[in-house]
Ligand binder design. Structure first.
Ligand code: UDP
Length: 273
């Protein structure tokens, strides 16, 4: 199910695909244009918070293992990979990937063959506002449906069936899932077989960003790898606890990963090689 041309690295126990934005867009466009595979392919985008959860959440690890593409979303994840000599060409954040993908199809595809997209997640009304904004900005994209599932929907069979039916009737090629992590990853991995879309992207707050509901950090802050600081300042009550935990655990994971990388070399020196 994976694309053979994309190589990958291993970091914090995760497989991360070593592709840049352009490569990721190409692969996803290729999947969107091909007949649906046996299940809906899905893409996950690890950041620091995912990395921390991944260590203790077996279901998240399973969801990641089933992903067709794993893209490094967090600047600290890319930085760590580079520090440890495991090449990742670029940060490929979900919130950048979606506009890049829309831009690419709008530039190259005739309007008769628009990319059919369904938006799942975000608060009521936000999906519709995002759909409007997308329609105004990208001529190659058609939003064929939006839905904001109620809280707790993931444990409600009827709600899940309703979503599968909505998606199936809308015939999207691409499903954008903005339910936050790890809910979106767990949900899509559990239901990939029932989702009649070719590709699903787990993209957190991207639908909010597209709707203008939330603002992304300024570019200069993103370039400094400090987008998380902007998010923390925008939603301190929701994010402070999480960021504190991550700030405590992530450096320990980096340290452990570095030590692990040192071991074979020391062993090789003992062996005289
Ligand atoms: N969200 C949702 N349903 C849920 C939980 C969250 O639609 O049951 C949406 C929420 O409205 C927001 C997004 O998920 O649009 C959260 O994105 P964010 O990247 O902030 O999530 P995180 O992974 O950082 O919690």
């Amino acid at each position: 199910m994976r694309v053979p041309a994309v190589s990958s690295i291993s970091l914090f126990g995760m497989r991360i695909d070593a592709t840049d934005m352009c490569g990721a867009v190409q692969v996803i466009r290729q999947w969107c244009a091909s007949p649906r595979a046996a299940t809906c392919r899905y893409v996950v985008t690890p950041n620091v918070d995912h990395t921390v959860m991944y260590q203790t959440n077996a279901a998240l690890r399973e969801a990641y293992a089933g992903a067709s593409l794993v893209l490094a979303d967090g600047a600290p994840v890319v930085l760590t990979a580079r520090m440890l000599g495991r090449a990742l060409p670029q940060r490929v954040a979900g919130s950048d990937l979606v506009p890049a993908l829309f831009e690419s199809v709008s530039r190259e595809s005739p309007t008769a063959h628009k990319l059919r997209v369904f938006l799942l997640g975000a608060a009521p009304g936000v999906g519709k506002r995002a759909a409007q904004a997308i329609g105004q900005r990208w001529s190659g994209v058609e939003i064929v449906g939006t839905y904001s599932p109620p809280l707790g929907f993931e444990d409600d069979d009827q709600e899940n069936d309703k979503i599968f039916t909505m998606v199936s009737e809308a015939h999207p090629q691409l499903l954008l899932i903005g339910l936050g992590a790890p809910k979106q990853e767990l949900w899509v991995s559990r239901h990939a077989a029932e989702l009649e879309a070719r590709v699903a992207l787990c993209v957190g707050a991207t639908i909010d960003f597209l709707a203008g509901e939330k603002c992304r950090a300024p570019r200069w802050l993103q370039r400094l790898g400090l987008e998380w600081l902007h998010r923390l300042a925008s939603e301190p009550t929701r994010l402070a606890g999480r960021y504190l935990r991550d700030a405590w655990i992530f450096p320990q994971l980096v340290w452990r990963e570095w030590r692990r990388g040192q071991r074979p070399r020391k062993q090789a020196r003992v062996d005289g090689t």
